[in-house]
Design a binder for this molecule. Structure first.
Ligand code: FDP
Length: 341
């Protein structure tokens, strides 16, 4: 399609229209997921607007509270958490909510309960807030078998049981990437319409990439396979060109680039953090779900990431995700190490 055609495009595929279309393909569907998603979208629009206005509204600064991980919460984190909790509860479609910002899970009161559980990081990459670098919201959705007697076990499930996952990136544009288990689609917020429009249909990650993404400052504490992989990226012995390093330090932005351009994103274990840094339920699982749905892979150093069974809601795991062939290389390095042991 040329630019002139695009500029005059009048038949816009909004995210709501897209999800309603999907719904018609499932006769058993009663619209609950569409309603839940509308509330998530509202939360994303609100946070997008708050992030854009952060400097102006003097929202940047400390709120004087400390979150579960012992980090100081910024006002935007607090605000985003409140926005999502309220949006999700008021949807009437949720049962259990797990947020990065809250130590305990929220059990929705019976009169407002629905069949979905949502695990989310309302504002990921918070150390990037003050310098205006892209940050985002990450979410994963499980469907409960029985919403009458919900227990914490209902969210302590492997990522492969999620029914949907996505993220919204607050960057130079606001982009929402979503998978309901049938591929990955990206929507960009048109601020003049206040609508997310389908701009990246059926995203497929390149089979092999030219980029690796990792915090190399941790290199001295890495395990053997991670160190070998990064060495191979920089000094390939098979005559292929060296890979480029890109690291923003904001998972949503690093994963978004990996999804579109290919390559790998790693947050490995190291001697200081044997379980890595990233949280299983609301960072590792949703991003792994999207990667697999886009044709890539996600691996923990031991197993397929989506097969992990979390024991605690704020559990962490090492993660290697990205292009199919590149992750195969990493898996081979771990397999070789295990064989040698
Ligand atoms: P942040 O600490 O800024 O909130 O899990 C949080 C996260 O950012 C991810 O978004 C990001 O990928 C990672 O941590 C960055 O960690 P390092 O600073 O250790 O590289």
């Amino acid at each position: 399609m040329d630019h002139a055609t695009e500029a005059h495009q009048t038949d816009l595929m909004t995210i709501t229209r897209f999800v309603l279309n999907e719904q018609t393909k499932r006769p058993e569907s009663r619209g609950d997921f569409t309603i839940l998603l509308n509330h998530i979208v509202l939360g994303c629009k609100f946070v997008c607007s708050a992030v854009n206005k952060a400097g102006l509204a003097k929202l940047i600064g400390l709120a004087g509270e400390t979150n579960v991980q012992g980090e100081e919460q910024k006002k935007l984190d607090v605000l985003s958490n409140e926005v999502f909790i309220k949006a999700l509860v008021s949807s009437g479609r949720t049962c259990i909510l797990v947020s990065e910002e809250d130590e305990e899970a929220t059990f929705v009161e019976p009169s407002l309960r629905g069949k979905y559980s949502v695990v989310f990081d309302p504002l990921d990459g918070s150390s990037n807030i003050d310098c205006g670098v892209s940050i985002g919201t990450i979410f994963g959705i499980y469907m409960l078998k029985d919403s009458h007697e919900p227990t914490i076990e209902d969210v302590l499930q492997p990522g492969k049981n999620m029914v949907a996952a996505g993220y919204c990136m607050y960057g130079s544009s606001c982009t929402l990437v979503l998978s309901t288990g049938t591929g990955v689609n990206g929507f960009t917020l048109d601020p003049s319409l206040g609508e997310f429009i389908l701009t990246h249909p059926n995203i497929k990650i390149p089979k092999k990439g030219k980029i690796y993404s990792v915090n190399e400052g941790n290199a001295k504490n890495w395990d053997g396979p991670t160190a070998k992989y990064v060495e191979k990226c920089k000094f390939p012995k098979d005559g292929s060109p060296a890979k480029s390093l890109r690291y923003i330090g904001s998972m949503v932005a690093d994963v978004h680039r990996t999804l579109l351009y290919g390559g790998t994103f790693l947050y490995p274990a190291d001697k200081k953090s044997p379980n890595g840094k990233l949280r299983v339920l609301y960072e590792v699982f949703p991003m792994s779900f999207l990667m697999e749905q886009a044709g890539g892979q996600a691996f923990t150093g031991k197993l397929r990431a989506l097969d992990l069974v979390p024991e605690k809601i704020h559990e962490r795991s090492p993660i290697f995700l990205g292009s199919y062939d590149d992750i195969e290389e990493i898996k081979a390095l771990y397999a070789a190490e295990e064989k040698a042991a």
